[in-house]
Design a protein around this ligand. Sequence first.
Ligand code: ADP
Ligand code: ADP
Length: 228
Amino acid sequence: MASITLDNVVKTYPDGFTAVKGVDLDIADGEFVILVGPSGCGKSTLLRMIVGLEDITDGELRIGDEVVNDKAPRDRDLAMVFQNYALYPHLTVYENIAFPLRLAKGQYTEEQIDERVRNASKLLELDEHLQRKPANLSGGQRQRVAMGRAIVRRAKAFLFDEPLSNLDAKLRGQMRTEIARLQRNLATTTVYVTHDQTEAMTLGDRVAVLRRGELQQVASPRGLYDQP
Ligand code: ADP
Ligand code: ADP
């Protein structure tokens, strides 16, 4: 676990377009921050810079005390959960969850992998589905597998990019509760991009509002709601 600090972070794409225009944001260790704003305001760009999938043009990004601007994604030790799940269709639930640990070749014994996968699946109520393939799971179950993969790594932070937007309303409600419970239990630093009002108002400790690449305000969900 660790804090995430953005210090005047800028992103200019190769075509000259500046999508993020000097963002300052301190996310405390264990804090859950929701990032909202209209389509095209730079939410994905910001998340991708934090996780390392996009270069930072200017400014400084720190995880804990360490400046990570030039660090490769795998060395940042963050876990990203995508809205399209990005599961491997040919692998079982068990192997999908174990995958990040197997990727770190030789770092974990078979017993350690097994223990972590089983703990995560219990937490996510997937223990009865470990031998199934993603195609035979519901949307909510697939989403939980994607979260399981983030949990087994015990990453320093979770980054969610609209994780529930492909689910129907009922499932979205269930997953909202699930994510809130998980974050309370794990107390892992979380940045969560959404354009769902309910998620923004109920899930996070703070809501950061981005508009045209600039941070417009950062407030508690209640503080945001009370403003004119
Ligand atoms: P959001 O996630 O809030 O919808 P994005 O971060 O995806 O916004 O995009 C922010 C802005 O940056 C948009 O105007 C988008 O068109 C632009 N953009 C995104 N990726 C690129 C790219 N690779 N090259 C140029 N412009 C981009
Ligand atoms: P989202 O809705 O999740 O922000 P988009 O459909 O806007 O995603 O973008 C999908 C992909 O296309 C992203 O990798 C983004 O960086 C890229 N992209 C978005 N806008 C542009 C653009 N103007 N030029 C080049 N690539 C872009």
